[in-house]
Design a protein around this ligand. Structure first.
Ligand code: NAP
Ligand SMILES: CC(C)=CCC[C@@H](C)[C@H]1CC[C@H]2C3=C(CC[C@]12C)[C@@]1(C)CC[C@H](O)C(C)(C)[C@@H]1CC3
Length: 615
């Protein structure tokens, strides 16, 4: 049996995955099969590390000499000393034979970062469990230095993993150093990550969505449920008490022409995505320190799509075809999504380990569902990012328009009903808002955590356009007259939801972009040991997910125009409540891991998750 170097309970320094930073950790256990140690960081985070990524405390004490200083000025001294060899001076690799000295350089740089950073980041502001970064008061006003700092902080936000995740609370004099550190860090991380970081398969108990049986059921259940809902909605009396109509035979549902139209739609969106318009931004740092580039042109794609749709209408293109073949379109999208998911899974088998999603497990069924590869790309074409906002989300608006036209045709109306206008405009606002704030997508769980597999492919390409448009679909065959006073109340409700949704999302996004934004100076924050703070007043002091609350209020406003004759148009809000409650629990789990005690403190300060005084 291979021997182990560290004993349970021993306090050592463990490398933080993807970086060269070493933190004090306690050895919890050792798995002799995988040869991995389970270690606990001071903020409560538990991770599995390889022996190579663990160092005895003594190895740091021997080397660090004067650099144990916890005073920022002395820290600067030690940094500037080490900076003398990089990046200002030509790297040694330029002076030595390139390949021979490469590894040595990396080693050297790595040692340097370890020695230099370990005591600097941990000691003075520490990952203290009982105190926040060593400061006596953990909740404070967000009035940290913000004079002339905006630009600098934007710079620091641009820098690498270490700066965003492990920096000290941003301080003016630290910004420059952070940039330099992050450059060094990037250099080291890039070279080392492939060798040093192993994506550890998550254990069975960590599987989400009910594990393998759960995802199996979801994958088969969701498409069946989708067709059931659509068929029920087409019935004259769509009561739940009525037996659902039988599913048409597959040959009736499959139409190659429909599939062709769907492909054409998809390709037009691909074309718009590839247009070199819109600014290019960097996503959040990946596990190996890299940051992928994304072009933000979703809003332009929407404008161009509107122009194409407008021109087609003008040319007399028969949009009713989409309504009369709605089930066929749903099947075409489902088939496309299955083919895409298979492609994604197969290509992920060749993907380097660093490119795998943290949610993947090693189980084929589960990974097919959750997605194995985090950011599958063909060249610069990012499949997940594209699918999340383009064909499905913009498609949803087009489907709504189709329903509006179908309502006029079928009900022989000169103008659409007020109910249909409300549903169309509310959802249009929602989609335009998402595209306008496209950059915010880059920090969502879907992009950072979940892979691209059946779940998101089906969600983005099938569920969103065919279920989110359900109210409009319902109104085509089940008209509901809405009075103006009722419409006014619904509009007020929608606007309240939107104000909360947008206010909360914008507040968080602005805070994450620049924690010292003067506009946020009145807000209180909780320090966390990661260097990122948590808002504890404003929208985020109201409930822990105010954006979900706003989203749910808006969802209610989307269903109300359909009246109260049937529960079917309320399916969306029921599903959405379940989705967001589950999503909130997932996010809570990740935040607890990420922020440890600081998150606990936040939970105490803001006890309700989504609904104040209820949940
Ligand atoms: N229509 C739909 O079907 C649908 C589905 C899902 C989501 N959405 C909407 O999409 C939007 C994004 O949702 P999301 O699920 O990605 O989650 P989110 O609520 O935007 O983001 C959660 C993250 O925010 C940060 N955070 C949490 N509490 C904080 C605090 N007090 N101060 C500062 N940062 C804090 C944490 O990340 P960091 O600390 O790492 O920054 C946390 O992981 C929401 O508005 C949601 O309603 C819509
Ligand atoms: C039914 C199944 C298997 C999954 C459904 C999940 C899927 C429909 C959602 C998961 C993430 C969601 C999401 C949006 C739409 C619905 C999802 C794809 C979003 C694009 C809606 C608009 C928002 O402003 C947003 C922040 C861009 C959303 C991002 C997440």
């Amino acid at each position: 049996m291979p021997s182990r170097r560290f004993a349970d309970g021993e306090v050592v320094r463990g490398r933080w995955p993807g970086s060269s930073l070493y933190y004090e950790v306690e050895i919890l256990s050792h798995d002799s099969t995988s040869q991995l140690y389970t270690v606990k960081y001071k903020d409560g985070t538990e991770l599995e590390l390889k022996e190579n990524d663990i160092k005895p405390l003594t190895s740091f004490r021997q080397r660090k000499g004067g650099s144990t200083s916890s005073s920022p000025s002395r820290r600067r001294g030690s940094r500037s000393r080490s900076r003398s060899r990089s990046p200002g001076r030509p790297p040694k690799s330029a002076r030595r034979s390139a390949s021979a000295s490469h590894q040595a350089d990396i080693k050297e740089a790595r040692r340097e970062v370890e020695v230099k950073l370990t005591p600097l980041i941990l000691k003075p502001f520490g990952n203290s469990i009982s105190r926040y970064n060593g400061e006596p008061e953990h909740i404070e006003r967000n009035d940290a230095p913000h004079k002339n700092t905006q630009e600098k902080f934007n710079l620091s936000q641009e820098s690498s993993y270490i700066a965003t995740q492990y920096s000290l609370r941003p301080r003016k004099e630290e910004v420059k150093l952070k940039e330099i550190d992050s450059k060094e860090e990037k250099y080291v991380a890039k070279e080392l990550a492939v060798r040093t970081f192993e994506v550890t398969p998550i254990r069975a108990k960590d599987l989400e969505f009910g594990g393998v049986p759960g995802v199996f059921l979801i994958m088969f259940g969701l498409p069946v449920f989708l067709f059931l809902l659509l068929l029920m909605c087409k019935q004259k009396d769509p009561s739940l008490l009525n037996f659902p109509p039988p599913l048409p035979a597959l040959y009736e549902l499959w139409e190659t022409r429909v599939f062709g139209v769907y492909l054409l739609w998809f390709l037009i969106q691909v074309l718009f995505y590839l247009l070199p318009i819109g600014k290019v931004v960097e996503g959040t740092p990946l596990i190996d320190g890299r940051r992928l580039k994304y072009r933000l042109n979703g809003f332009y794609a929407f404008i161009l799509t509107s122009a194409v749709i407008g021109t087609s209408l003008f040319q007399g293109v028969e949009f009713h075809y989409v309504y009369s073949h709605f089930l066929q379109f749903a099947l075409a999208a489902t088939v496309f999504c299955v083919v895409l998911s298979v492609y994604l899974y197969v290509r992920s088998l060749k993907a380097p380990r660093n490119d795998l999603s943290p949610a993947s497990s090693g189980n084929a069924v589960y990974d097919f569902f959750i997605g194995r590869e985090l950011n599958p790309r063909i060249g610069t074409f990012d499949l997940k990012y594209f699918c999340e906002l383009r064909p499905g989300l913009i498609g949803w608006v087009v489907v709504n328009l189709v329903m509006l036209l179908a309502e006029m045709k079928i009900q022989d109306r000169a103008v659409p009903s007020l109910a249909m206008i409300l549903v169309n405009s509310f959802q249009l606002l929602y989609v335009v808002d998402a595209l306008w704030n496209e950059e915010a997508l880059l920090t969502t769980m879907d992009i950072i955590h979940d892979g691209f597999g059946f779940m998101l492919a089906f969600g983005d390409l099938v569920w969103v356009p065919f279920i989110y448009s359900f109210q409009a679909f319902y109104l085509v065959s089940h008209p509901n007259e809405v009075s103006w006073p009722m419409a006014s109340l619904i509009i007020v409700l929608k606007l309240c939801g939107y104000v909360i949704f947008r206010g909360a999302n914008s507040q968080k996004n602005a805070f994450r972009k620049n924690p010292s934004d003067p506009k946020l100076a009145h807000l209180k924050t909780i320090h966390t040991s990661t260097g990122k703070n948590l808002l504890v007043s404003g929208w985020w002091g109201f409930v822990r997910h105010p954006n979900y609350l706003g989203d749910l209020i808006m969802a209610l406003a989307w269903s109300l125009p359909c009246g109260f004759n049937h529960i079917l148009p309320y399916f969306y809000i029921i599903y959405f409540t379940m989705l967001l409650v589950h999503r909130e629990a997932r996010d809570e789990y990740h935040c607890k891991k990420k922020y440890g005690v600081a998150w606990e403190k936040y939970r105490q300060r803001v006890p309700y998750r989504i609904f104040p005084y209820i949940y």
